[in-house]
Write a protein that binds this ligand. Structure first.
Ligand SMILES: NC(=O)C1=CN([C@@H]2O[C@H](COP(=O)(O)OP(=O)(O)OC[C@H]3O[C@@H](n4cnc5c(N)ncnc54)[C@H](O)[C@@H]3O)[C@@H](O)[C@H]2O)C=CC1
Ligand SMILES: O=C(O)C(=O)COP(=O)(O)O
Length: 529
């Protein structure tokens, strides 16, 4: 069988490639070369990128088999996450892989800018012994403003504290108390601009942040200020920064990122007061090893159809260890539900009862939805597109949780209302130390049956002889019964036979059984595929 194809579009660490191992057909392409990149996407199951590859709607459309885009780093501004989600493609990143390296590079650029290291280095290597020209400034007792006090911003704050600086930050999404715990005073952008001796940017690239520091803002800063950008080009407007330095309104800058990359002709390059690096914030062996191995592991999980903790476009949030075994259970229940219903419900409740309901179990709703649509749509149903399939079909979905369980067990129920008003439900649990999946309820009938590959249900009026008829017909067709249970509401009332068989029951045999026992309904579901 052909191995899943993983296209590596930018440099991935050896450690990351080793995690992929021999399980995949690993191919390489220059993601920055569109003429090469787009054709290479045909037949690709997973795509691994960094910051130089534009994974836009065109690229996603060129990869009809694509199931996951993995960004070996933090920033996702080069990935059209919305387009990926619409296409049912999971997007994952490595959110902590390179934050230490980026924070350390920030400190490097702050010090290099403060002490004119790069400029003095070039002059001396060029034969000039000049000292007063490169007189710098201390960090001690200076004010450092951090724009974006997130993972990297916080690491920068920690690393700068020993330099005796006063730390302030602008981050409207952070609580002042949380910042205070880090020894940082939250301020407005205006206060940050007015008070700072150093301004360092650690913001994601977004419509909000592009141009955040423009001409107006650079007229509100101290003329001795130095600006550092190890986040994304364009957050500090490059032309405004150039003019501010040329006019003596800004003392200097340390820039690692640029509006368009690669770049060799930025106006900033002609300014002696600016130290630059070619997007090196994450370029350490340690960061690349972490980023590569983390995304490789995510790719393996995604291609195995499993839940991926670092997925950014899956609603399920973090998944507690206790919840994870419920994922295949919920998915199976979703498939059984649709087989019983014979159609897509207009409304679905996914109910989680028991101890695991104390956790965030939104991912179980996703898994159930994945199962509900698994046998309904041609395309592969993923944690990403399952909610979109429900929305597109006008199916309202609700997650219901209750730490109280009908018995001591964790029970997941998929319950739905069909177009004609009928209700269908199926519940399951995980039983015993081996966490075996058991169906414990179907349409209100209690049972305890393991949903193996071939499962069937027949609803009928309770009376003698029915089990024998079912056994005879299956025997006549050489179909062996693995397990069978009868459940009824009251003696002589309505009953349900649930059975698992070793080989699939053909539709005509299902109809024959239903006909001979006068069944209200007969349903089979094959979970094998
Ligand atoms: N140069 C390089 O090699 C690297 C660059 N980066 C860049 O650094 C950025 C930040 O990374 P992390 O700290 O991990 O992200 P993060 O998401 O942990 O932190 C971002 C912070 O910015 C804040 N924020 C968002 N929008 C804002 C706005 N409009 N105004 C003020 N604050 C705002 C958020 O509240 C959050 O606290 C990434 O998005 C990426 O673009 C990350 C790694 C390496
Ligand atoms: O992780 C990020 O956001 C970065 O900017 C790192 O970019 P890179 O992977 O080095 O191209």
């Amino acid at each position: 069988m052909n191995k899943p194809v993983v296209l590596v579009a930018e440099e991935l660490s050896e450690a990351g490639l080793a995690v992929l191992g021999a399980d995949f057909d690993v191919r390489h392409v220059d993601g920055a070369d569109r003429a090469q990149f787009l054709p290479a996407l045909a037949g690709v199951d997973a795509l691994i990128v960094r910051s130089a590859t534009q994974v836009d709607a065109e690229a996603i459309a060129a990869a009809p088999k694509l199931r996951v885009v993995a960004r070996a780093g933090v920033g996702l501004d080069n990935v059209d996450v919305e387009a990926a989600t619409k296409a049912g493609v999971m997007v994952v990143n490595a959110p902590t892989s390179n934050i230490t390296s980026a924070a350390e590079h920030t400190v490097a650029l702050i010090l290099a800018s403060a002490r004119n290291v790069a400029q003095a280095h070039s002059a001396l290597k060029g034969g000039e012994w000049k000292r007063s020209k490169y007189t710098g400034v201390e960090l001690d007792e200076k004010v450092v403003a951090i724009l974006g006090l997130g993972k990297i911003g916080q690491l920068v704050a920690q690393r700068l504290q020993p330099f005796g600086v006063e730390l302030i930050a602008y981050d409207p999404y952070l609580q002042p108390a949380r910042a205070a715990q880090m020894g940082v005073r939250l301020v407005s952008l205006e206060e940050a601009l007015a008070e700072a001796d150093f301004i360092t940017v650690h913001l994601p690239k977004s419509k909000e942040t592009i141009g955040l520091i423009g001409d107006k803002e650079l007229r509100a800063v101290k003329p001795t200020v130095r600006l550092i950008n190890v986040a994304r080009g364009g957050i500090i407007d490059e032309n405004a920064l150039y003019s501010a330095i040329k006019e003596g309104r800004v003392a200097g800058a340390g820039i690692d990122v640029f509006p368009k990359e690669p770049v060799t002709d930025s106006p900033l390059f002609e300014l002696d007061q600016v130290v630059v690096t070619p997007h090196l914030g994450a370029s350490t062996h340690e960061a690349q090893e972490k980023a590569g191995t983390q995304v490789a592991r995510s790719v393996k999980l995604a291609l195995a159809g499993e839940f991926v903790p670092d997925a950014v476009n899956v609603q399920g949030g973090a998944v507690a260890e206790d919840v994870k075994p419920g994922l295949p259970l919920a998915e199976k229940l979703g498939r059984v539900f649709t087989a019983l219903a014979g159609e897509v419900a207009t409304r679905l409740d996914v109910e989680v009862r028991g101890e695991i309901a104390a956790h965030d179990v939104r991912v179980l709703e996703l898994a159930a939805l994945k199962g509900v649509f698994a046998d309904v749509v041609e395309d592969s149903v993923t944690y990403v597109n399952a909610p979109l399939l429900a929305k597109d079909r006008g199916v309202t979905v609700e997650l219901v949780t209750s730490p109280e369980s009908p018995d001591w067990r964790n029970v997941v129920t998929v319950r739905g209302v069909l177009a004609d008003g009928r209700t269908v439900s199926v519940s399951g649990t995980l039983s015993g130390p081996r966490q075996i999946t058991k169906i414990v309820e179907v349409n209100g009938y209690q049972m305890e049956i393991e949903p193996t590959d071939h499962l069937s249900f027949f609803a009928y009026s309770d009376r003698p002889g029915v089990v024998g008829i079912v056994g005879r017909i299956l025997g006549d067709h050489g179909i062996n019964i693995a397990s069978m249970q009868v459940s009824r509401d009251v003696k002589g009332g309505k009953a349900l036979i649930a059975l698992t068989v070793d080989t699939a029951i053909p539709a005509d045999v299902v109809d024959q059984i239903a006909g001979e026992i006068g069944a209200d309904s007969g349903r089979s579901v094959d979970l094998a595929d």
